[in-house]
Design a protein around this ligand. Sequence first.
Ligand code: PEP
Length: 256
Amino acid sequence: MNRIPLVAGNWKMNKTVPESLALAADIVAGLPRLDDVEVALLPPFTSLWPVSTSGIGDTGVVLGAQDLYWEVSGAYTGEISPAMLSGWCRYALIGHSERRRLFGETDDTVNRKVQAALAHDLRPMVAVGETLEENESGRTEEVLSRQVPAGLAGLDEAQGLQVVMAYEPVWAIGTGRTATPEHAEQSCALIRRLVAQALGPAVAESVRVLYGGSVTPANAAELMAQANVDGALVGGASLVAADFLAIVAAAAPPLA
Ligand code: PEP
């Protein structure tokens, strides 16, 4: 199956509104044709709407939120509801390891957020991955075998077709230490098998599994050449337009 690669830039807690508008404009100005790769920007919440109304909609670039809460409204100071994002924001990143590690998110809260996103027409980008200690003790498979079904619990096939998975080994995020292409491929292939077990072969065949963790222009092509790696979730390098554009170019399959 021909899966269109997706390159998503997670800006994390970086960029003021004017800085976000400038970065989005630089990215859009340098983008190639978008038929063969999908590009998503995930600015901080304060910048999401300004970036969305800055003209990027005409370019094919789409937006994603870095997180959301599972309730629709109410006394949840500081949280952002899926209803507030629905209709103009395509993706919601859920379960990023920084959310799990620094803000106490669990497999259960990840699943609640996935369900809430889907109920509001947002496509969940579900991040999973092992810590350094888990990696070094040979427990990558065990961790993914827990996180993937837990994150996708309760979904039906139609909902599964909206999901994007992101394999993000925690030890590779923001460290400059990238997974080898072999490790990325092995883990992304495992995630696809776990999706097949949870949601069936049709979903597994079409779900995009991204790799994230210190992706740079220098390593992107080799990572994305792997059969089960369908794009990249990019942190640090997404804050520099030229670097992000080079990663987008590496993800686009060669034109026939
Ligand atoms: C991320 O935060 O999802 C990420 C992959 O970060 P970085 O590219 O900086 O490692």
